[in-house]
Design a protein around this ligand. Structure first.
Ligand code: UD1
Length: 365
């Protein structure tokens, strides 16, 4: 009988990571079958369905429709709805990704039902427990059975927290797998993107901002937008705006936006890859985009006080900045050649296959 993998997803970056692993699971379809449950954490078409369509992710067995809410409300609702699903589906293993509320809920329910848990992207730490993601990832790691670490630093964090080496598998980063696979498909659409959005082909900065620590503090979000607005006097900025950020900008930002600061709706993964490929540099607070910038040979300014991807800061590819520093950094990096010097912290782009092979070996023991 085939072994059943239950994948729990809910938020945009998880769809990208799971796309890579789902493809690898399909290669082992004589051994595994995958069922996907979507918690419904992200529900706008541009934040969810678009990704399933363009990345060819198998359709979820169920969407729990949890939607937005406070952390307790959102996570609690997921726990309540996930438990009967897992009891019904009786998976041999539950796979969770990253650090969202969907990750935590999936892992907690599985752990109470004594179902083995695989955590993809284990060991990342910002060492800032005020971030909801930090709590989610610490707890998820500590109740997981298979810790799939993307980097040497993440592996070191796990060892430091007392995990045994037999539980840690440093497989590389599944987002690298995704980039390698989808980049070919993304490159054709750039000129179409420009004409769809009535944009010129001038060099541009790609911006995303959505973290609670930036959006929920009005002064900080205002300072970020002021900085971008000033830079936009001389440079084009393309900023696909997360719904959380859009709502807060509409409610709180009163200055007139420069016509060069292009706030657009969230875009799909393929368009995002093509913007990364064509941009001059990246300004973000997203975890995934920091790595994607590096893998696309672009410098990144990260508007945070710390990052889980410290190896890029140490290597001089990524710069942690406060809002007031964005303009000067942009000026310094604008024409600076990017040389990654064969630095490869994220593995070889074959993490998904390694994960499935490790699960197969473990399940057959
Ligand atoms: C979540 C993750 C974050 C990840 C991000 C990627 C947690 C704690 N955070 O943050 O780690 O980087 O996803 O995008 O899980 N909203 C919509 N439509 C949607 C989704 C969200 O309008 O499809 C709005 C709602 O107002 C919601 C707010 O965005 O209240 C925040 O959504 P939420 O799921 O809480 O977290 P994200 O900010 O997306």
């Amino acid at each position: 009988m085939k072994k059943r993998i239950l994948t729990i997803l809910g938020a945009r970056p998880q769809f990208i990571k799971a796309a890579a692993v789902s493809r690898a699971i399909l290669e082992y379809s004589t051994i595994f079958e995958e069922k996907i449950i979507h918690t419904g954490q992200h529900y706008d078409r541009s934040m969810s369905d678009l990704f399933f369509d363009e990345l060819n992710i198998p359709l979820p067995y169920k969407n729990l429709g949890v939607g937005s809410g406070s952390h307790g409300e959102q996570t609690g609702e997921m726990l309540k709805k996930l438990e009967p699903c897992m009891q019904e589906l009786k998976p041999d293993i539950v796979v969770v990704y990253g650090d969202t509320n969907s990750t935590l809920a999936g892992a907690l329910v599985a752990s109470k039902l004594h179902i083995p848990i695989a955590h993809v992207e284990a060991g990342l730490r910002s060492f800032n427990k005020k971030m909801p993601e930090e709590i989610n990832r610490i707890i998820t790691d500590h109740i997981s059975d298979f810790l799939f670490s993307p980097t040497t630093l993440a592996t070191g964090n796990l060892l430091h927290e007392g995990f045994g080496e037999q539980q840690i598998y440093q497989v590389g980063d599944v987002m690298y797998d995704a980039i390698k696979f989808y980049q070919k498909k993304s490159s054709q659409g750039f000129s179409e993107f420009l004409s769809d959005h009535s944009l010129s082909s001038d060099p541009f900065i790609l911006v995303t901002i959505h973290r609670a620590e930036n959006t929920d503090n009005v002064n900080r979000l205002t300072a970020i937008l002021d900085a971008l607005n000033d830079i936009a006097h001389s440079k084009m900025i393309i900023f696909p705006v997360h719904p959380r950020t859009k709502k807060i900008i509409q409610e709180t930002y009163s200055r007139e936006l420069s016509p060069n600061l292009k706030l657009i709706e969230p875009i799909g993964y393929l368009q995002m890859l093509s913007l990364q490929e064509h941009c001059q540099l990246v300004v973000t607070d997203s975890g995934g985009l920091q790595k994607e910038a590096f893998l696309n040979q672009k410098y990144c300014l990260t508007v945070r006080e710390e990052t889980e991807w410290q190896e890029l800061v140490d290597g001089g590819f990524n710069f942690l900045v406060i809002p007031d520093e964005i303009a000067i950094r942009v000026a310094n990096l604008w024409n600076k050649p990017f040389d990654s010097m064969d630095f490869q912290p994220y593995g070889t782009g074959s993490a998904a296959e390694k994960i499935v092979r490790i699960l197969e070996a473990a399940i057959n023991q």
